[in-house]
Design a protein around this ligand. Structure first.
Ligand code: SAM
Length: 197
């Protein structure tokens, strides 16, 4: 079974958790992974890797450097990732638990790359996930998340975008990645604010 069929099957089982019918394109994955430094040993955390298009883009940038932790709540998808990328630390669990997960690995994140379906999430879950992300980033840490262009006006997507402005010093919005179904932009957020509310 191809990755498209695998993600679609999981979407039918858990539509709000998966939030996409197709895996991200290599073009979108490359934009999302761009903040991964091309030198040193960065700690990269991926939230919601699914079938792994962004996992592949991060691995392309890292080569054998640094650490790559991928947190996936869906056990079938986590199993697939473990088999495909033995160099990636795949954690089967909820990204809400990210601070405990990283503490158990004695790591602080340099980059957190989310492909979670924020526009499908309610207020409480968005807030818990954002708080966990902020608590896991170092002071120079970068957070990236993508948004589908057609869904940007939806209230949960608007709320998420506003919260990024509250929680980070700087939010850069990428060009639209048209070569993705559906087209998307990537938010690249720098300067986590420690005094956030
Ligand atoms: C939109 S899909 C993205 C999949 C893949 N990264 C891509 O870009 O094609 C969202 C993924 O996030 C996972 N997910 C949703 N909520 C999660 C959570 N709270 N913690 C960890 N993973 C979660 C889903 O199981 C799914 O694999």
């Amino acid at each position: 079974m191809g990755d498209g069929a695998i993600l679609f099957r999981e979407f039918l089982r858990f539509p709000f958790q998966v939030g996409a019918v197709l895996p991200s394109s290599a073009s979108l994955a490359a934009v999302a992974a761009r903040p991964v430094a091309d030198d040193g040993d960065p700690v990269v955390v991926e939230l919601g890797p699914g079938t792994g298009p962004i996992t592949q883009a991060v691995q392309n940038r890292l080569g054998k450097r640094g650490r790559h932790v991928a947190v996936e709540v869906n056990p079938r998808l986590a199993g697939l990732l473990e088999r495909r990328w033995p160099d990636v630390t795949v954690v089967r669990g909820n990204a809400v638990r990210l601070p405990e997960i990283l503490a158990s690995l004695e790591l602080t994140a340099d980059v957190v790359i989310s492909s979670l379906p924020w526009a499908s999430f309610g207020h409480d879950l968005q807030e818990r996930l954002l708080a966990s992300t902020l608590a896991s980033l170092g002071d120079d840490g970068v957070f990236t998340a993508f948004a589908y262009v057609h869904a940007k006006p939806l209230p949960p997507a608007v709320r998420f975008r506003r919260r990024l402005d509250d929680l980070f010093e700087e939010v850069e919005v990428s060009r639209v990645v048209w070569w993705n179904a559906p087209p998307a932009v990537v938010y690249i957020c720098r300067g986590p604010r420690r005094d956030h509310r």
